[in-house]
Every structure is written in structure tokens, then in C-alpha cells.
Design a protein around this ligand. Sequence first.
Ligand code: SF4
Length: 209
Amino acid sequence: MDDLKLVPLSALQHFAFCPRQCALIHNEQVWADNWHTAKGILLHKRVDSGDPESRKDVRFERAVQVCAEQLGVIGKLDLVEKNLFTGQLTPVEYKKGKNKPGNWDKVQLCAQALCLEEMTEQPIDVGYLWYWQTRRRESVEFSASLRLNTQHIIEEVRHLINSDLLPKPVYEKKCQACSLIDICNPQHVAKDNSADYIAALFAMNRDIE
Ligand code: SF4
């Protein structure tokens, strides 16, 4: 793990949306904002700006920095609740939309729990996802299969952000919501076979030599 880049928690979300977007942001340092990213930034600013506070038996800590070296993950958690009697920690992640099909939000939350477990040596069985659009808080149990799935995805992202790979674009409906669409240019790049052509020319030259 020593020579490898740590996986930012944000990279898991980018990878979930599109591996090419993840590589553009984390390998090529490309960024652009659109309406969706601006809304997300606004929400997280609002969440992060609250001071730590205690209500009843719970302490609320916001914008909590984590670094789990063994897991190889780094990042910032929106909110960690601490039960003042038991010391139990509970991560809470804020999402701007509503609950989506698939378990990507759960994977991101589970990665947060794994970080907290490594740093505090305390088991964390449950966390919450809070959806802005529906104003609902949903509990997520960190089952053995969710943990395994999360570790597997962290490995995939680690592999991608420690490589020079830039996955080819696949033009889909979601591209219209992607802030990098103008830079990625998926409709044209997907059709551009020049890289394959040049590689074939080199291979041909090698065969002739
Ligand atoms: S425009 Fe589409 S293919 Fe390109 S990075 Fe965004 S989601 Fe991925």
C-alpha cells in the first residue's frame, strides 16, 4: 500500500457514476462545474458549516477528516454522531437527490464506516443516508456482503487511480448530467479509432523489422 495513492472517498462516487469521469478527475486533474455539482457543493457547504453540538445524548461532529492507511482510503465525512453514553459512532452522509436504484450510496457510506472502524478500533454496524429531495433519513446496515462489495470496489478504484488508464467513453443518457461532457466529448471520442490505428501501425512496423 506504501507506494500507492490513497483512494479519496469522493472517487468512489465518481467511479460509480462513470469510471472515465473518475479517471479524468483523479488521474488527469480535470474538473468542471455544472448545475448538479454546484447544488452538491452548496449542500455540503451548508452541512459542513455547522459547529459541533450536543443534543440530548448525542454529539454531532461535522466535516470529519478520516485517513485509514490499511484500507488505503482518505476523505471527509459529512457528519459523525457520537452517543455520549456508549461512545458508539454513526456516520451520516447527505445526498442532494433521492434514493437511487443500486447500492452505490450504501457503498460510499460503508467505506466511511470502514475508515472509522480502522481509526477507532470500534465496530460500526449502522449508518444513515439523508436525502435532500425527500428529506428522508434511511438506515444502512453494514452487512458482511456490503463490506465485501465495498472493499472490492475500493480495490477497483485504487487500481484505476494508480494507473495511467483513461477508460473509453460510453455515451449514455447520464452524460447529459455530467459536468465533464464538453471535455470528455463522448459522442466523438467513442467513434475515434485513431489510437487503435496508431497502435496497429506500430505493431505492423515491429513485425516488418
Ligand atoms: S460525459 Fe459520459 S462518458 Fe464522459 S465522463 Fe461524463 S459520464 Fe463519463
